[in-house]
Design a protein around this ligand. Structure first.
Ligand code: AMP
Ligand code: GLY
Length: 428
């Protein structure tokens, strides 16, 4: 079978790398991919937002399955377009992807299904939003309804910051239409956890858990990023949490989607806050996480293609993903200045030496080929993953690999996979 992976990040490199291992896969194309995906498959110069060209390419190459990485391609309806063309796709339709692309839609569904989440109000006018906001004890969380490149959530420390965020989103349209409606909610205390599940045919199968490290600096300080590293399994998850989570979140969600007439087929990834009262849903994502995927997939022993096909064919009951018991630690190496402004085109050295270390896998994100070498091309440049019997061993190996790699301005966190502390309180 020929496959097409849409996207260009570390997540897509990990997906292409894992899918390439399936004996049923003949070729893997990545659109547009990066220097890493070029080594496991073939890059195609079509961007994730060029829907028509992607459909034409998939049709022309007789692609057996297209796997969609990024949220904006899903929200734009890429899955719908491929299905209309009679092509097989892993990723939800535009209507189902509203779980991620509209925080208000997600909040309403959670309310209908009694899924535990932060108490919130949803607003179409800044005056009403402000009035509700003043009834909450700061910190207060202000969220743009739509996709805003990961920047649409503001944790306001006091009422004046909250008012400024509401004004910027709703009156000044800082995020365009994405902020015309907003969610205002209570601040939850705890540590975060990322849970991935294949959902299709009214059933679900969970993947291994992971914990992301969202802040740019050690000790959960500094700005929010797409994710600076991950550890799988998550260290703030237990068998008991699993039971609670399935009973309180996954089961009502799958039933609620069916009741609302929404056919969800693809990857569902609730972002959770592990509070003293139990897991609370912060958001739903309708795609694999980045960098969570780079920590989760190296632990997957099963054939990923089998699982993706079982999801879209409604046969999830027949499959059971198998996992390597070891711990995976992923450290993201980023460009100087990220998540703010950064320069690109910096040559990267040491990739081969680092990749030669045992139980190390280097996933590339913002990279490209330039003058015969691999150079930086984005904010998050590499995701370096290592496996170990214990978390300490995995960490040591990951940082050994990181130490061999360099490029001008590189920065990374030194505390990935250090056990989850009391959570976000210290970081405020
Ligand atoms: P979201 O896109 O909704 O997941 O929000 C992005 C990030 O903001 C989350 O990963 C959390 O770190 C933080 N966050 C969102 N909602 C809350 C909340 N109610 N309480 C505390 N932190 C939150
Ligand atoms: N790392 C968080 C996300 O992919 O949304």
């Amino acid at each position: 079978m020929k496959l097409l992976v849409v996207g260009s990040g570390g997540r897509e490199h990990a997906l292409a790398w894992k899918l390439r291992q399936s004996p049923r896969v003949e070729r893997v194309f990545c659109a547009p991919g990066n220097a890493g995906t070029a080594a496991v498959g073939e890059n195609v110069p079509i961007k994730a937002d060029q829907l028509e060209q992607l459909v034409q390419f998939a049709r022309g190459e007789a692609i057996g399955l297209t796997v969609i990485g990024p949220d904006d391609a899903l929200a734009a309806g890429l899955a719908d377009r491929l299905m209309e063309a009679g092509l097989r796709v892993f990723g939800p339709t535009k209507a189902a992807a509203r779980l991620e692309s509209s925080k208000i839609f997600a909040k309403e569904l959670m309310r209908q299904c009694s899924i535990p989440t932060a108490n919130a109000g949803t607003f179409e006018s800044s005056e009403e939003a402000l009035r509700f906001c003043r009834t909450l004890q700061p910190p207060v969380v202000i969220k743009a309804d739509g996709l805003a490149l990961g920047k649409g959530v503001v944790i306001a420390q006091d009422q004046s910051e909250a008012a400024a965020a509401i004004h910027a989103m709703m009156d000044e349209r800082q995020f365009g239409e994405a902020g015309s409606r907003i969610v205002v909610e209570e601040f939850l205390r705890g540590s975060e956890c990322s849970v991935h599940a294949f959902v299709g045919g009214g059933a679900y199968r969970m993947l291994a858990t992971a914990r992301d490290h969202k802040r740019v600096l050690d000790g959960d300080q500094g700005l929010n990023t797409g994710g600076m590293g991950a550890v799988s399994p998550a260290d703030n998850w237990s068998d008991e949490t699993q039971v609670t989570f399935e009973r309180e979140v996954m089961q009502p969600l799958v039933a609620g989607l069916a009741q609302s007439g929404i056919t969800f087929s693809g990857l569902l990834f609730p972002g959770l806050m592990m509070t003293a009262e139990g897991p609370r849903v912060l958001e739903f994502n309708c795609r694999f996480g980045d960098p969570e995927t780079q920590a989760i997939l190296p632990r997957l022993k099963s054939d990923l293609l089998d699982l993706l096909e079982a999801t879209i064919d409604g046969r999830l009951q027949e499959v059971q993903p198998e996992w390597d018991e070891r711990v995976a630690v992923t450290v993201v190496m980023a460009s100087g200045g990220y998540p703010g402004k950064y320069e690109t085109g910096k040559p990267i050295s040491g990739l081969e030496a680092a990749a030669a270390l045992p139980d190390v896998q280097i996933f590339q994100a913002g990279t490209r080929h330039g003058n015969g070498e691999v150079v930086t091309a984005g904010g998050r440049v590499l995701a370096v993953t290592a496996l170990g019997d214990e978390v300490e061993e995995a960490r040591r190996r990951a940082y050994e690999a990181v130490a061999l790699i360099s490029f001008e301005g590189v920065h990374f966190r030194g505390d990935i996979a250090v056990p989850a502390s009391g959570g976000n309180v210290a970081g405020l």
